[in-house]
Design a protein around this ligand. Structure first.
Ligand code: NDP
Ligand code: MG
Length: 386
């Protein structure tokens, strides 16, 4: 029987890697919905190739372009954030949440209602609304499988283990392109330099977040919710070779590490074949040729993002949403060359501690609309600070 699947963020780095795996066994899948934003040609081409029921662009003013590109195919076209949420509500057995940013939260929440598998690449959903998303999954019997490579690694290193025996999660970070830069060398870097990740081939925004270590900061928060542990149980180590994707330490001092080539099709393929394992096209590791694997402590004075993530975790409630929204707004300003690279962390810190956010900061996560209010307020504060 064919498995019903949907992919949100189908035109992005995770989306196209997911489709690459699906394409290799396309008879096994029935594609329900695909979404994209600006890349209409790729969205339409992919929807036609996989005979999707519906293709949705996030941009309402691109609906006519999408309709034209799909003409004669019989595939439905739709546009806008509501249309994406409605498409995500169509029942599937497996749904990939791979829209970038907090814009992916509604999709994750809708996919969590199907009682099947939610493959979660959109880490921002966990950072902004971890409590809400986990309870949505629990309520509907949905299995959440992390796709972020570190969290997939941790999940795999916990297979069959008693979580009570878990002592520490060790998240690896490649260190990004500026690992060996001084603060002064980092000050003038451009978006073009920041986007060049030494190991992973990813979308523009996550690549720049890796250079500032905001990506790892989001991942610390993501890990805290996913594996319900405290922030002091989560350690980050810099591992430039990106071969060890993360590790779990147990109370008997054993450490279980997950290793593999730095290729997202590993984590995506795991979520696709779970609970089984399936062959995939990624490069196999050859230990004799790998050379040294090295590990070191991240420099939190150079990369304040990690400290800020822990502070946000300490605040709880909506602080994750505020942290993420401030980071997204600061990243937009950096990409738009309105601020420098180091200003991103300064803006996030000022926003996290802004008095206007006091009423939302300590509250519990009660609804997605409240999360979005906190998100909007944080973006307003960042814009006012620039
Ligand atoms: P990309 O930028 O490559 O792709 C983003 C996708 O989201 C595209 O399909 C894009 O459409 C769509 N999109 C952009 N803006 C919006 C919006 N406002 N509303 C709806 N859709 C939108 O990102 P990645 O694939 O790199 O990342 C996707 C998610 O996965 C992120 O949350 C990221 O943190 C996470 N992730 C990614 C990894 C990677 O290796 N890339 C690794 C681990 C996690 P279009 O291109 O048509 O404009
Ligand atoms: Mg990651």
């Amino acid at each position: 029987m064919q498995r019903k699947i949907s992919i949100f963020g189908a035109t992005g780095s995770i989306g196209t890697n997911t489709l690459d795996l699906i394409r290799r066994d396309s008879g096994a899948y029935n594609v329900v919905a695909l979404s994209g934003a600006g890349n209409i040609d790729l969205l339409a081409k992919t929807a036609i190739e996989f005979r999707a029921e519906i293709a949705v662009t996030a941009y309402e003013d691109r609906l006519e372009d999408l309709r034209a590109a799909l003409q004669g195919s019989g595939i439905e076209a739709a546009a806008g954030a509501n249309a994406i949420a409605e498409a995500a509500a169509r029942p599937v057995d497996w749904g990939m949440s791979a829209i970038v940013g907090a814009a992916g939260l509604r999709t994750s929440m809708a996919l969590a209602e199907h009682g099947g598998i939610l493959a979660l690449a959109n880490k921002e959903s966990m950072v902004c609304a971890g409590d809400l998303l986990l309870s949505q999954c629990a309520e509907h019997g949905t299995t959440l499988l992390p796709v972020d490579s570190e969290h997939s690694a941790l999940f795999q290193a916990m297979n069959g283990e008693n979580r009570k025996a878990l002592r520490r999660l060790i998240l690896t970070a490649s260190g990004g392109p500026f690992k060996d830069f001084t603060v002064e060398q980092m000050r003038p870097v451009t978006p073009e330099q920041a986007v060049k990740h030494p190991k992973w081939d990813m979308g523009q925004r996550i690549s720049i977040d890796s250079a500032s270590m905001f990506n790892k900061a989001l991942e610390v928060i993501e890990a805290k919710y996913l594996f319900s542990c405290s922030s002091d149980q989560i350690e980050v180590v810099v591992h430039p070779q990106a071969i060890v994707h993360s590790m779990v330490e147990y109370i008997d001092n054993s450490i279980i590490a997950h290793m593999g080539s730095p290729d997202m099709r590993g984590a995506i393929g795991y979520a696709l074949s779970w609970p089984e394992r399936a062959e995939n096209p990624i490069e196999r590791l050859n230990f004799a040729e790998l050379g040294d694997l090295s590990f070191s402590r991240p420099d939190e004075t150079k990369f304040p993002a990690l400290r800020l993530a822990r502070e946000a975790l300490g605040m709880g409630g909506h602080a994750g949403a505020i942290f993420n929204a401030a980071k997204e707004a600061a990243l937009d300003a950096f990409i738009g060359r309105r601020i420098g690279f180091l200003d991103m962390a300064t803006l996030v810190e000022k926003t996290l501690y802004n008095a206007h956010l006091e009423p939302t900061r300590d509250s519990v996560q009660s609804s997605v609309s409240e999360i979005f209010s906190a998100d909007a307020e944080a973006r307003r504060i960042v814009d006012a600070l620039i």
